[in-house]
Design a protein around this ligand. Structure first.
Ligand SMILES: *Cc1c(COP(=O)(O)O)cnc(C)c1O
Length: 432
C-alpha cells in the first residue's frame, strides 16, 4: 500500500512507522521531525550481507555509505550488523570512530581529501583509502612514509559505464570529477605508479557508477569492465587484484510506480558475472565490496511537518507551506526528486487535491514537490513525506538559521531520539 515496508495504518487511520503512531510522534517530538525505522534498516543491511554469503561464498564486505545518513547511532547499528563503513570526509570519519566503529572496517573515499584527513586516516589505521588522483598517490605515499606505515589502498576508476539515472548522480562516465579514467589508459598508469610506491599497498580497484540505479546490467557491465582492467594490469604489470569494490547506487522506491530490483538479485547477477569473467580472463576471484547507502536507509525514513499557510492562486496552483523544506531536504531543489506524501492523521483519505508543497525558506525554489496528490488539507495538520531516510538529514543546512530537526529512531513501536533537535543557541554557537 505504501512505498515502504516500514509504514502502516492503525485503527485511527493514522500513519505508523515501525509500529509507532506518527501523529503522536509529531506531538511528542515536534516538527519538522525525521523518523527512521530501525528494523527495516537492519533488514536491508542483512539482505546485502546475506546475499554475499549466499552467492559469493561470503568472500566480500558490505560497507554502508555513511554519507546517506550519518550519525553515531547508525554507525553502531552497522557495526552490530557486521557491515563496514564508507566515509568521505574527516567529519564522517570522526563520527564513526567516536561511535566506536573499528577503523580497520572503514573505507575512506573522496576526490579531494585534505592532508589532515589523509594523515588522520593513516594515524587511525583506516582499513582502505581509496585514492582518486595522481597527486594523492604521491602525497599519501609521503605521509605513510613519514608515519612509518604502509597504507592499504584502492584506486577509484571511472569505468565509463553510463547508469540510467539523473545526470547529477552519474559518476562512472569520463566527464566526472571522480577517479582515474579507464579509456585513456590513466587507470592502468595509476596502477603502475601505485605498485611502484613503497609505502602503499594496492589491494584493489573501486568504481561507483551512480545512484538510484534500477538496472542490474549497469552493475554487471561495470564488473566486467573492471575485471578487464585487472586482467590488463596482471599481464602488463604483474599485479593481481585482490579486491574489487563495485560501489553503491542501488535504487529504491520513492514512488508507487518504482519497481526496484530485490537486493539479492544484484549480488546473484554480479557474482555470476564475476565468476564467469574471472574464469575467462584467468584471474583469481577477488574479494568483493559493495557500498549501499540509499538502499539501506532511504525507505526506512520519513519526515513529519506541520502544515502552515495554504495559498490558492486561482487557475494556477495551490501552495501548501510546511515548517521545514530545503533546509532539511534539499533534494527537490537540487535535482527535482519526487516523493509521495500523505496526511499523518488521515493516512488513507482519498487524494482529491494537488498541492505544490513549499518550505519556509526565502527561496522560490524551496519546494518539496510540485502538484502532489493529497487530501484537502487544513492548517495545523501533520504532513508525512515518505522515503526521506537517505540524503535528507545528511544534506540538511541551517539556511535562514533554521535549527536542524531531531532524528527519532523507532523500534517495535518505541521511539528514541538519536540526534537531538538543534536549538537557536546551537545555531549561533560558533558566532563570535
Ligand atoms: C554515494 C556513494 C555510495 C552510495 O551511493 P547510494 O546511491 O547511496 O547507494 C557508495 N560509494 C561511493 C563511493 C559513493 O560516492
Amino acid at each position: 500500500m505504501f512505498v515502504s515496508d516500514a509504514l502502516g495504518v492503525n485503527q485511527l487511520d493514522h500513519l505508523t512507522i515501525g509500529g509507532a503512531d506518527t501523529v503522536e510522534l509529531a506531538a511528542v517530538y515536534g516538527t519538522p521531525l525525521y523518523v527512521m525505522d530501525e528494523e527495516l534498516i537492519r533488514k536491508n543491511a542483512r539482505a546485502f550481507r546475506e546475499s554475499i554469503e549466499q552467492y559469493y561464498d561470503g568472500n566480500g564486505h558490505v560497507a554502508f555509505a555513511s554519507k546517506a545518513f550519518c550519525c553515531k547511532e547508525i554507525c553502531r547499528i552497522m557495526q552490530q550488523e557486521g557491515l563496514w563503513l564508507d566515509v568521505v570526509s574527516g567529519g564522517e570519519l570522526y563520527t564513526a570512530l567516536s561511535a566506536g566503529f573499528p577503523a580497520e572496517n572503514i573505507v575512506f573515499h573522496g576526490n579531494n581529501k585534505s592532508v589532515e584527513e589523509l594523515a588522520e586516516a593513516l594515524n587511525k589505521n583506516v582499513g582502505r583509502i581509496v585514492v582518486d588522483h595522481f597527486f594523492e598517490l604521491e602525497l599519501l605515499n609521503q605521509l605513510a612514509l613519514a608515519a612509518g606505515k604502509t597504507a592499504d589502498i584502492m584506486l577509484r576508476v571511472k569505468p565509463g559505464v553510463e547508469a540510467h539515472t539523473h545526470s547529477y548522480i552519474q559518476t562512472g562516465q569520463i566527464d566526472s570529477k571522480f577517479g582515474f579514467a579507464l579509456e585513456t589508459g590513466e587507470a592502468l598508469e595509476a596502477i603502475r605508479q601505485a605498485i611502484s610506491l613503497p609505502n602503499l599497498n594496492l589491494r584493489g580497484l573501486h568504481c561507483h557508477i551512480g545512484s538510484q540505479i534500477f538496472e542490474i546490467t549497469s552493475f554487471t557491465i561495470a564488473a566486467r569492465v573492471m575485471l578487464g582492467l585487472a586482467a590488463q594490469a596482471k599481464s602488463q604489470l604483474g599485479w593481481e587484484m585482490q579486491e574489487l569494490n563495485l560501489g553503491g547506487g542501488f535504487g529504491i522506491k520513492y514512488l508507487s510506480e518504482h519497481t526496484p530490483t530485490a537486493y539479492e538479485d544484484y549480488m546473484k547477477a554480479v557474482s555470476r558475472t564475476i565468476r564467469d569473467t574471472c574464469r575467462q580472463l584467468n584471474l583469481a576471484l577477488p574479494c568483493i565490496m559493495i557500498e549501499p547507502g540509499r538502499s539501506i536507509v532511504g525507505s526506512a525514513g520519513i519526515t513529519l511537518y506541520t502544515i502552515g499557510a495554504i495559498k490558492e492562486i486561482p487557475g494556477i496552483r495551490t501552495y501548501l507551506s510546511v515548517d521545514g523544506g530545503m533546509a532539511d531536504n534539499p533534494r527537490y531543489a537540487l535535482y527535482q526528486s519526487e516523493y509521495e506524501m500523505l496526511l499523518a492523521a488521515r493516512a488513507t483519505a482519498p487524494k482529491t487535491e494537488r498541492y505544490t508543497v513549499a518550505g519556509r525558506c526565502c527561496e522560490s525554489g524551496d519546494l518539496l514537490g510540485k502538484d502532489i496528490p493529497l487530501p484537502k488539507s487544513q492548517v495545523g495538520e501533520v504532513l508525512a513525506v515518505l522515503a526521506t531516510g537517505a540524503y535528507n538529514y545528511s544534506m540538511a543546512s541551517n539556511y535562514n538559521r533554521l535549527p536542524k530537526p531531531a532524528v527519532v529512531m523507532v523500534k517495535g513501536g518505541k521511539a528514541r531520539v538519536v540526534v537531538r533537535r538543534e536549538t537557536y543557541e546551537d545555531v549561533a554557537s560558533h558566532d563570535i
